[in-house]
Design a protein around this ligand. Structure first.
Ligand code: BES
Ligand code: ZN
Ligand code: MN
Length: 500
């Protein structure tokens, strides 16, 4: 989508005007766009506005009467008092989704009328572009094109005054980069498991890295064996697809600056292995590489934005399948760390592959911080529903920081405790660490975090983010069905907060 900036309304060909409308005001206020209309049109708009339904994200289309050619979109903002960043992102997406439904491909709007509380104008503009891109995406690659074509918004024109033009152009550009890389992440996740194999994911990462000029190292199973990555290789045994360890490096700062390391779970399909998932529980498991997709996409976005920070991405890409060669319940896998992993459940595979990724990180880097994104447990969905990802970190201060960056970015997060009382549950009987809780099936998300912690003890700042709750979009988010691209905005915001 094109995000253009205009400072003179007479110079645009676009004849659709977006006007925000607050419930408690029931009138369009302070709009330069409205001021350009004739008095009779102004009266007409205000009359419609008075009776319009203005719930957050509701849309009312007005075809201008008389000689005036044009369409006005009244966009419901809810009550002005309650209007905030969370509402803002919804309103922007609702606009785009509404435009797509109404087959409107371009519109003019005044970004200054949308600024939510606690947000600077430039930041709000940046968010506008990101969320507009998010709402303009739909996974249609494998669908027959309808006769009239797909309806996507082609252009938004932002009306601002001359003095702010450059600032707005820059912010829109930055917001658009993040939106576009979220689209990349969603596209990777939405691809079916049969197409998006570990090799294809690695190739995609290589291609995306090349596009932005960052390095991409792919480690194959032979090299993994040399490094002793018994976790990744163990999970991969049941699959005919070869596992790949994807390592991305972006150097935006001096070599001496410690890198941020992002890990992403890249299970390209999670059948549950010999702990085969029941029907119904398996059909979204091609998105079990959403963590990896977000890490890869976020690092490319960070590179494209040229943030002054060093970032490393480590993503084990593996398929978890049942077969005569599969790893079994009771198997003892020798991880790269030297610790043995007792396989209580072959369906708790994410933590097993991430264990080796954490050790790889420890051996190759001296990170400023480590964050992993993983669709790790169904239990996190039970705990939080679909509104927030779970944050697990033994460093409570860092956990808080992560949650607040999440809130700011739009990737909402909530902490769970990582008290040492929970650590007993990851003790193995015949091996060092058990990959699942044996009997009680309690606190599954904390248990997953505790398992990973056994391989993350050398890091002073480490957080595990269980993104299973936010893996897919949900009703009311004004986004198309499927993968959400969760975590991309968070990682970019985290890198921005660390950028020099
Ligand atoms: N990938 C799943 C978790 C998941 C479930 C993600 C639903 C997104 C939506 C993970 O590998 C898994 O199977 N976890 C098990 C852990 C258990 C065996 C300890 C689970 O949640 O049941
Ligand atoms: Zn999984
Ligand atoms: Mn699983």
């Amino acid at each position: 989508m094109k995000h253009s900036v205009i400072t003179n309304l007479s110079k645009t060909q676009i004849t659709t005007y977006v006007l925000p409308l607050f419930t408690d005001e029931r009138a369009v206020k302070d709009s330069v766009l409205v001021d350009t209309f004739s008095q009779s049109i102004k009266d007409f708009i205000q009359k419609v506005a008075k009776d319009a339904i203005v719930a957050v994200g509701s849309i009312e289309k007005i075809i201008l009467p008389g000689d005036e050619i044009g369409v006005v979109i009244l966009l419901g903002m809810g009550e002005r008092e309650k209007y905030n960043r969370r509402k803002y992102v919804k309103v922007v997406r609702a606009l785009i989704q509404g435009m797509r439904n109404m087959h409107i491909v371009s519109a003019v709007l005044e970004p200054s009328l949308f600024i939510p509380s606690g947000t600077a104008f430039v930041e709000s503009v940046n968010m506008f572009a990101t969320n507009a891109e998010m709402a303009n995406y739909e996974f249609v690659a494998h669908k027959e094109t309808p006769k009239e074509g797909w309806y996507f918004v082609q252009e938004l024109a932002y009306y601002t005054d001359q003095s702010q033009k450059d600032l707005v152009v820059t912010s829109l550009g930055e917001g658009m980069v993040v939106g576009e890389y979220m689209t990349h992440a969603r596209e990777l996740s939405n691809m079916p498991g049969g197409d998006m194999t570990p090799t294809v994911l690695a190739d995609s990462a290589r291609r995306m890295a090349k596009d932005v000029g960052i390095s991409c190292l792919i480690i194959d199973e032979k090299e993994m064996a040399t490094m002793g990555m018994g976790g990744i290789l163990g999970v991969s045994k049941g699959s005919v697809e070869d596992a790949q360890l994807i390592v991305l490096e972006y150097n935006g700062a001096e070599k001496s600056e410690k890198p941020l390391v992002f890990l992403g779970k890249g299970i390209t399909f999670d059948s549950g292995g010999l702990d085969l998932k029941p029907s119904g529980a398996m059909n979204e498991m091609h998105m079990d590489m959403a963590g990896a997709a977000s890490v890869i996409s976020a690092i490319c976005a960070i590179a494209k934005l040229g943030l002054k920070v060093n970032v490393v991405g480590v993503c084990p890409a593996v398929e978890n399948m049942p077969s005569g060669q599969s790893y079994r319940p009771g198997d003892l896998l020798k991880s790269m760390s030297g610790k043995t992993i007792e396989v209580v459940s072959p369906d708790a595979e994410g933590r097993v592959v991430l264990a080796d990724a954490l050790t790889y990180t420890e051996k190759h880097y001296d990170p400023a911080l480590v964050v992993d994104l993983a669709t790790l447990t169904g239990a996190s969905i039970v705990a939080l529903g679909t509104n927030a990802s779970a944050v697990l970190s033994p460093n409570e201060e860092f956990s808080k920081e992560v949650c607040s960056i999440g809130e700011k970015s739009g990737d909402y997060m909530w902490p769970l405790p990582m008290w040492e009382e929970y650590e007993g549950d990851v003790k193995g009987v015949f091996g060092d660490v058990a990959n699942a809780e044996r009997q009680r099936r309690q606190a599954g998300t904390i248990n997953g975090g505790m398992f990973l912690y056994q391989f993350a003890k050398s890091f002073t700042k480490w957080a595990h983010i269980d993104i299973a709750p936010t893996m897919t979009t949900t009703d009311g988010q004004f986004l198309s069905k499927g993968a959400s691209g969760t975590g991309v905005r968070f990682l970019v915001e985290l890198a921005r907060s660390m950028s020099l």
